[in-house]
Design a protein around this ligand. Structure first.
Ligand code: SF4
Ligand code: SF4
Length: 147
């Protein structure tokens, strides 16, 4: 069965909060990692994205115009009770996640379902549709103007 991404009931907390509500959250941010990838600009690039998405528990998303590969695989230090097993020595990225540069809370637990993603792809067919639109926008007019 295809992995459908965030299976959590979001948001976990509604309204304004002063800090990430980690004590209420099933440690969503410890369940995956994401790497920025090049913005696709050719059919080959989109073919690669399509291939990524053929793998289980892999998503692609766009955030603030940047593209990311997202792999849903929990951190090996996540304890069964959702606490961090290496809290004192956890990596910087873990320390920094959950608040933005203005110190405002910005994490999965406070967002509507998947609203933190500008675009989210969970299946290869979604990339095919996106590529068709992208190609038509980019090359459709040029083709028509040759007639
Ligand atoms: S930072 Fe946000 S997503 Fe991560 S555990 Fe805390 S509340 Fe959950
Ligand atoms: S090191 Fe700790 S805080 Fe960081 S992802 Fe792993 S369990 Fe979560």
């Amino acid at each position: 069965m295809a992995f459908s991404g965030l299976v959590y009931q979001l948001p976990i907390v509604r309204g304004e909060v002063s800090e990430p509500p980690c004590h209420l959250c099933p440690a969503i941010c410890c369940q995956y990692f994401a790497l920025q990838i090049d913005t696709p600009g050719s059919r080959k690039d989109f073919e690669n994205l399509r291939w990524y998405l053929m793998h289980e528990r892999v998503h692609v998303f766009v955030d603030a115009g940047k593209w990311y590969l997202q792999v849903w695989n929990p951190c090996q230090h996540l304890l069964p009770d959702q606490r961090c097993g290496i809290y004192e020595t956890r990596p910087d990225i873990c320390r920094e996640y959950g608040v933005d540069e203005n110190q405002a809370v910005n994490c999965h637990a406070t967002s509507e379902a998947n609203s933190e993603y500008e675009v989210l792809f969970t299946e290869a067919s979604q990339i095919e549709d996106y590529y068709r639109n992208w190609h038509n926008k980019r090359y459709g007019k040029r083709k028509r103007s040759r007639k």
